[in-house]
Design a binder for this molecule. Structure first.
Ligand code: ADP
Ligand code: MG
Length: 445
C-alpha cells in the first residue's frame, strides 16, 4: 500500500473531500509596531482564506510575524490596515467561536486540571453543571481522564499541553488556532499529540470546522496540513501556497513526503527577486544570532565528503538534527560573510570557505576577521570608533542606541550580541560583559 502510494504523484492523490464554506478571510492585512520607521512593518499585505474542512499551516521563520497574525485573527490585537472577516462578518475583538492553543500554556497553578479547563467556560458565563459536563468531555477526548484532579505541577510537559488543548476544545470552537503548539515538547510527546489530534479531526470527533496552525517546522506542516502558506520575513507576506494531498495518517519516510519537504525548503530559501547577487548588509541591518562555532561547524560539514562544498539544505538539516530555525540563520550568516551562497534549497561554499575549512585555529580567526570587517559594516564601525577614541574604549549603550533608531529594542540587543560574539572570535576588539565596554585592549590595533 505504501509503495503504491509512493508511485502515485502527489497531485493525483485524493484530497479531503468537499471543502465547505469560507470560515475566515484575511484581506490585505498590515501590522506595524509603534515605531516611527516604516521598515518596522511586521505584516505587509497578508491575504489568506480558510474553508470548512481544512487544516491550513502558516509556515515561517521565527520573527516573521506568525504570532502577530494569529493574535489579529483571534481579535486580541487590531491590524494597522486590511480586514479580517469571520463567517462573513467583519471581526471586531475576540469572538466565541475562535479558540487558540498557545506554544506554552499558561495554566493556573492553583487550579486542578478540571478547574483549569472549566475556567474558559466560566469566562463565557456557562452555568456550573454544564461547565462540569463539558470540561469532563473535553478532558476525556484529549486523553486526560484520570488526571482531572491533578495540579499542573504534577503533570509532564505533554500532559500540560493536553490541558491547553482541552481548554481550547471545551468552548466548542468553529475555528481552532494553534501557535506552535508542539514546539516546546520533546519529539515523541509532540508526535503522539499530533497523531491524537489528527485522529480526532479525521474521525470528525471535534465540532471544529477549520484549523489554522502556525509552525516553523516544515515536516510538521507537511505531516498535518492540507494546505501550507509560506510567510516571508521582514516584512511578513504570504509568498507561496502548497497543497498537500496525502491521506492521513501520513508516512514521513514516503518518497513523495520527502520530495514535498525538499520542495518547500527550496521555496523558503528562494530569493524573492530571483537575482544572484549576494545580499549586502547595511550598518543597521539585523544580524542573525549565530555562534561562530555553529558557522565553523556548518562550513566543515559542507566542505567534507559526501557534500564536498555543496549540500541540499533539508539533507544537511536532517543529518545535523537541526530545524529550519536553527539551520537557516547559520546559512544566512555564512552568506553575509561571503562564506556561502544559499539558493533554492542548496548551500554552496565559496572558495574562501573551502580554504577556511582547511586552516588551523589562528589562521581561521584571521580570515574570519577579514571577512567580518569587509562584509559586516557594524563590526567595522565599532572597530573604527575604537581606533579613533582616545583610550580606545566605547560603551555598548552608544551602539545600541544607534541601532534602536532602526530596529526594535530586542533585535538591536540581539544584533549587538551577535557582533560581539563574532568580533571576539575574530579578535578585532574586546568586550567586557560586566562593564559593557568595548575596547582594543589585548587586541593589536
Ligand atoms: P513569530 O511568531 O513569527 O516568531 P512574531 O509575530 O512574534 O513572530 O513577531 C514578529 C515581529 O514583530 C518580531 O520582530 C517582533 O519583535 C515584533 N513584535 C511582535 N510583537 C511586538 C510588540 N508588541 N511590540 C513591538 N514589536 C513586536
Ligand atoms: Mg511566534
Amino acid at each position: 500500500m505504501q509503495n503504491l502510494k509512493a508511485a502515485i504523484p502527489a497531485e493525483l492523490l485524493p484530497t479531503r473531500p468537499r471543502l465547505g464554506d469560507e470560515i475566515l478571510r484575511v484581506a490585505n492585512v498590515t501590522r506595524g509596531f509603534d515605531r516611527s520607521q516604516e521598515d518596522l512593518l511586521v505584516l505587509d499585505g497578508v491575504n489568506l482564506s480558510l474553508r470548512e474542512g481544512e487544516i491550513v499551516g502558516l509556515l515561517g521563520r521565527s520573527g516573521s510575524g506568525k504570532s502577530t497574525l494569529l493574535r489579529i485573527i483571534c481579535g486580541l490585537i487590531e491590524p494597522t490596515g486590511g480586514d479580517v472577516t469571520y463567517l462573513g462578518k467583519p471581526l471586531k475583538g475576540p469572538v466565541k467561536g475562535v479558540a487558540m492553543v498557545f506554544q506554552t500554556f499558561a495554566l493556573f497553578p492553583w487550579l486542578t486540571v478540571l478547574q483549569n479547563v472549566e475556567a474558559g467556560l466560566e469566562a463565557q458565563g456557562v452555568g456550573a453543571s454544564e461547565r462540569r459536563t463539558r470540561a469532563l468531555a473535553a478532558i476525556d477526548l484529549i486523553g486526560l481522564d484520570g488526571f482531572e484532579n491533578a495540579y499542573p505541577r504534577e503533570l509532564s510537559g505533554g500532559m500540560r499541553q493536553r490541558v491547553g488543548f482541552a481548554r481550547a476544545l471545551v468552548v466548542d470552537p468553529t475555528l481552532l488556532l494553534m501557535d506552535e503548539p508542539f514546539s516546546a515538547l520533546d519529539v515523541l510527546t509532540a508526535e503522539n499529540l499530533r497523531t491524537d489530534l489528527l485522529d480526532l479531526w479525521t474521525h470528525g470527533r471535534m465540532p471544529i470546522k477549520s484549523v489554522l496552525i502556525v509552525t516553523h517546522n516544515i515536516e510538521e506542516a507537511v505531516f498535518m496540513c492540507d494546505r501550507i502558506l509560506v510567510l516571508s520575513s521582514n516584512p511578513g507576506r504570504v509568498v507561496a501556497e502548497i497543497k498537500v494531498a496525502f491521506r492521513h495518517p501520513r508516512n514521513r519516510l514516503d518518497p513523495s513526503f520527502r520530495n514535498l519537504v525538499d520542495e518547500i525548503y527550496a521555496k523558503m530559501t528562494a530569493r524573492p527577486t530571483g537575482d544572484t547577487a549576494r545580499k549586502e548588509l547595511e550598518l543597521n541591518s539585523q544580524l542573525p544570532s549565530v555562534s561562530t562555532n555553529l558557522m565553523a561547524g556548518l562550513i566543515e560539514t559542507v566542505a567534507a565528503a559526501p557534500y564536498n562544498g555543496r549540500a541540499d539544505m533539508p539533507e544537511i538539516a536532517r543529518s545535523l538534527h537541526l530545524e529550519v530555525d536553527d539551520l537557516f540563520p547559520v546559512a544566512e550568516a555564512l552568506q553575509y560573510l561571503d562564506f556561502a551562497d544559499v539558493r533554492e534549497g542548496d548551500i554552496t561554499l565559496t572558495p574562501a570557505a573551502r580554504v577556511f575549512a582547511e586552516l588551523g585555529t589562528q589562521e581561521r580567526k584571521m580570515m574570519f576577521a577579514e571577512h567580518l570587517l569587509r562584509h559586516v559594516p557594524l563590526a567595522s564601525r565599532i572597530k573604527r570608533v575604537l581606533n579613533e577614541r582616545p583610550g580606545h574604549r566605547a560603551p555598548r549603550v552608544r551602539f545600541e542606541q544607534e541601532l534602536e533608531d532602526f530596529l526594535s529594542d530586542s533585535i538591536a540587543e540581539a544584533t549587538l550580541d551577535a557582533v560581539i560574539n563574532w568580533g571576539r572570535y575574530g579578535e578585532i576588539f574586546s568586550y567586557n560583559d560586566n562593564t559593557e565596554i568595548f575596547s582594543l585592549a589585548d587586541v593589536e590595533a
